[in-house]
Design a protein around this ligand. Sequence first.
Ligand code: PLP
Length: 398
Amino acid sequence: MNRDEPGEIEHETRVVQAGRRAEWTQGIVNPPVWRASTILYDSVADLRAAGKRNDRHQLFYGRRGTPTQWSLADALTELEPGAEGTLLFPSGVAAIASVLLAVLSPGDELLLPDSSYDPTRSLGGGLLARMGITTRFYDPMIGAGIAEMIGERTRAIFMESPGSLTFEVQDVPAIVAAARARGIVTLLDNTWATPLLFPAIARGVDYTILACTKYIVGHSDVMLGSVTAGPGRYEALRAATYQLGQCVSPDDAWLGSRGLRTMALRLKAQGAAALQIAQWLKAQPDVARVLHPALPDCPGHDVFVRDFAGGSGLFSFMLEGGDEAARAALIDGLAHFGIGYSWGGFESLALPVDPQHHRSATRWQAQGPLVRLQIGLEAADDLIADLDAGLARFRAAR
Ligand SMILES: *Cc1c(COP(=O)(O)O)cnc(C)c1O
């Protein structure tokens, strides 16, 4: 099947078909695992010619990938209308670090939302600071007001929408417009929505980042990241990625492609169950607030309604009073939720989260401790019954 002319098709169709070039599949449904380090050439002349070519679909050396990695990268590009190309990374954090190193130089300033994923914050204060790149944090709800934060040295604006742990939905189009007016590069961590719920490149973002570990892989068993570049942005990313020696194993890429085929279905089911559970939690007296972008309690809810095609399966809720021990009583006894990091898999997870430790530009105000839920593919009614019993334990321990 040739996907050179994708045409106007629905997401569900695209995730099934994307990246499955006939010359790679040879009639097999899934592009197979091509393993390689060395690629052999017929002659010195052929070897030299290969070195001069920079075609992303030509075998050259294992680090530059084989059809297994190209297939997944192409599929992710096809999911972002208007995108120029995608590079894969061994984790979401590697994707974030690599694209920031592709964009920033010593003396530059990076603007990061205060709601950022913690390892992204650490990168700003760590490696980037050592490289002479400064990071300034901004209120994720700043919207068009970002224009006032842009200074002489501002080179890039990073966004994460909704924010990790607290789910503030950012006004990406307003921030992109302000950045464009000043020639500043924009980057978005789009892990929560994926291109199916928020097509970042079409909305004007220069680089969109996915922790493919989450919804692309979908089965909690592979680490993988990607960056998809908008028009005119691919070459800088490719050069930095090659110089940094970033590559992923064909097995991991293959599992990523395999996960992708069911992603639309999983997102729909997990999104619907998450919303049902969020609405149920909102009606519980022990719950002070539910931070789910589809609910009015969530900062940026109006922007979510305007910009997103739907919600995914991750959100937080704030308990009404209580302390860490009462929160632990709720979480520890859950039968259907694992306790652990990450999300986007088929199984539900509950995590105690404390955003007050990860803020500098804004203050986190809370009536009680926060619990983040990743909703999997279990029956929503079972999860609700489990949470109901958990809230009873919380009441008893409070
Ligand atoms: C998990 C996550 C990452 C990092 O991905 P890894 O594959 O775990 O390195 C980045 N951003 C967000 C929003 C995440 O949730």
